[in-house]
Design a protein around this ligand. Structure first.
Ligand SMILES: Cc1ncc(COP(=O)(O)O)c(C=O)c1O
Length: 387
C-alpha cells in the first residue's frame, strides 16, 4: 500500500479500465456459469443495506427478521412452510453445513457419506474439512444416481446420503423419493443439493413440465441447499440452506457471547455475514413473485430446448441427454471435446468443460440472438476441426 491515498477519480478510472477486460453477462457470452446478472433492484438494495451484519443480529434485529421471512418464503417454495435455515455464502457453505449437521447428529467419529458421482466438489471439501469418508456411487444411463448401488454402499459407518436436484454437469435430478425411502428405512440423514435446481424445478412444474418431487414434500429429506445467487437473480454471495425443522437447524448452533449487540446465536460456518444478501433475496422474491420466476424459467427453457435440438444438426456433435432443466451437455464422438472448448473459448465463449462434455447453461441473461450466434460459431468450429 502506498503512503498517501489516491484521488477517488483516479481509482475509479483505473478500475474501469482494468475490469473492462472481464466477461460480462450482458454480452451473452457467459454460457457456462450457473450465476447470472443480479436483478437491478437487488443491486440497489444490496448497496443500500450492505452494512447489515447478520453475524451480530442483536445489532440488526430487523435484518434478522427479514432473513427469517426469506427462509419461510424459500421453505414454502420447497413445500415446507415450517422450514428454517440461513442465507449463506453459497452452495459450498450450505453443503458443508448440511454434512456438519449430519456428523454431529450421528455422534460417530468414523463416518461415511454416500454421494452420487455427479455431486459437486463441495462435498469433497466437506469430507476433507469434517474428516468424513465420501463414498461415490455410479450413475444410471439417465445420469441419475443408481439407487441399487446406493443401497449396496450403505454400511454401519454410513451416516448420510446425498441426492442432487440439478447436477452441476447436466442438471439431472436424482430419484429423491427412492433415496428418501432408503434413508428413512436405514435411519440416515438425507440432504438434497438443489443449489441450482431449487430456483428452477418448482417453476418448471408450474409450467407443466414433468418434475418429480425433490423437496420437503418427500418425507425423508432433512435439508436442502438452494442458491439465490444462481437462478434467483440475487448478487453474490447468496446461498441458502434450509432444514426441515428448527431442531435440525440448531444442531450446529453456537452462542457467541462477546458481540456488541449482546449474546447472539450463530448457526453458520462464518461469523460476520452479509445481511444485504438476505435482504436482496427477500426483495427479488417479493418483486418477481412466483409468476415472475416462472416467466424467466419459461424463456430459459425455450432457448435451452432450441439449443438442444440444434446441436445434433451439426455434423460430429451431439447432446449428452434431453435437458431436464436449462443445462445442455454437448458431446462429440468425433472431435476431442477439449479442442472444441478451446476453439469456443478462443472465439470468446465462456463455456464450462467437464471430462466428457461441455456444459452450457442458459441463464436469464442469455437471449435468443446469443444462442443463434453461439450455434453459428459452434458450426464453424466443427467445420474447422473437420478440416
Ligand atoms: C449442484 C451444486 N451444488 C453446489 C454448488 C456450489 O455452489 P457455490 O459455487 O455457490 O459454492 C454448485 C455450483 O455450481 C452446484 O452446481
Amino acid at each position: 500500500m502506498q503512503v498517501e491515498g489516491l484521488p477517488e477519480k483516479t481509482l475509479l478510472k483505473e478500475l474501469e479500465s482494468r475490469l473492462k477486460g472481464d466477461f460480462t453477462y450482458s454480452s451473452g457470452r457467459i454460457i457456462g456459469s450457473m450465476c447470472t446478472s443480479p436483478h437491478p433492484l437487488a443491486r440497489k438494495v444490496y448497496a443500500r443495506f450492505l452494512d447489515k451484519n447478520l453475524g451480530d443480529s442483536g445489532l440488526f434485529p430487523a435484518a434478522a427478521e427479514i432473513e427469517k421471512e426469506t427462509m419461510i418464503m424459500l421453505g414454502t417454495l420447497l413445500s415446507n412452510t415450517g422450514a428454517t435455515g440461513h442465507i449463506v455464502t453459497g452452495g459450498t457453505e450450505a453443503n458443508v453445513l448440511a454434512l456438519w449437521t449430519a456428523k454431529k447428529l450421528s455422534k460417530k467419529t468414523n463416518c461415511e457419506v454416500i454421494v452420487p458421482f455427479s455431486a459437486h466438489c463441495s462435498f469433497d471439501k466437506a469430507s476433507d474439512l469434517l474428516g468424513l469418508k465420501i463414498v461415490k456411487v455410479k450413475l444410471n444411463d439417465r445420469f441419475q444416481v443408481d439407487v441399487g448401488a446406493v443401497k449396496k454402499a450403505v454400511n454401519p459407518k454410513t451416516i448420510a446420503v446425498v441426492g442432487i436436484a440439478g447436477t452441476t454437469g447436466l442438471g439431472a435430478v436424482d430419484p429423491i423419493d427412492e433415496l428418501s425411502e432408503l434413508a428413512l428405512e436405514r435411519n440416515l440423514y438425507f440432504h438434497v443439493d438443489a443449489a441450482f435446481g431449487g430456483f428452477v424445478l418448482p417453476f418448471l412444474k408450474d409450467l407443466g413440465y414433468s418434475v418429480p418431487d425433490f423437496d420437503f414434500a418427500v418425507p425423508g429429506v432433512c435439508s436442502i441447499t438452494v442458491d439465490p445467487h444462481k437462478m434467483g437473480l440475487v448478487p453474490i454471495p447468496a446461498g441458502g440452506l434450509l432444514f426441515r425443522n428448527e431442531n435440525l437447524r440448531k444442531t450446529v448452533s453456537w452462542d457467541i457471547p462477546y458481540l456488541s449487540g449482546g449474546e447472539t446465536e450463530q448457526a453458520t460456518l462464518v461469523g460476520t455475514r452479509s445481511g444485504a444478501s438476505a435482504i436482496a433475496v427477500w426483495t427479488v422474491m417479493k418483486l418477481l413473485g412466483r409468476e415472475g420466476y416462472r416467466k424467466i424459467v419459461r424463456n430459459c427453457m425455450r432457448l435451452t430446448l432450441k439449443l438442444a435440438e440444434d446441436i445434433p444438426k451439426i455434423e460430429g456433435l451431439d447432446r449428452v441427454a434431453e435437458p431436464t432443466m436449462n443445462v445442455v451437455g454437448l458431446k462429440s464422438d468425433v472431435f476431442d471435446i477439449r479442442r472444441i472448448a478451446g476453439e469456443l473459448r478462443a472465439k470468446k465463449w465462456a463455456v464450462s468443460l467437464f471430462p466428457r462434455h461441455i456444459r452450457i447453461v442458459i441463464g436469464p441473461h442469455v437471449k435468443e440472438r446469443h444462442v443463434e450466434r453461439f450455434l453459428q460459431d459452434l458450426k464453424k468450429v466443427a467445420d474447422e476441426l473437420r478440416g
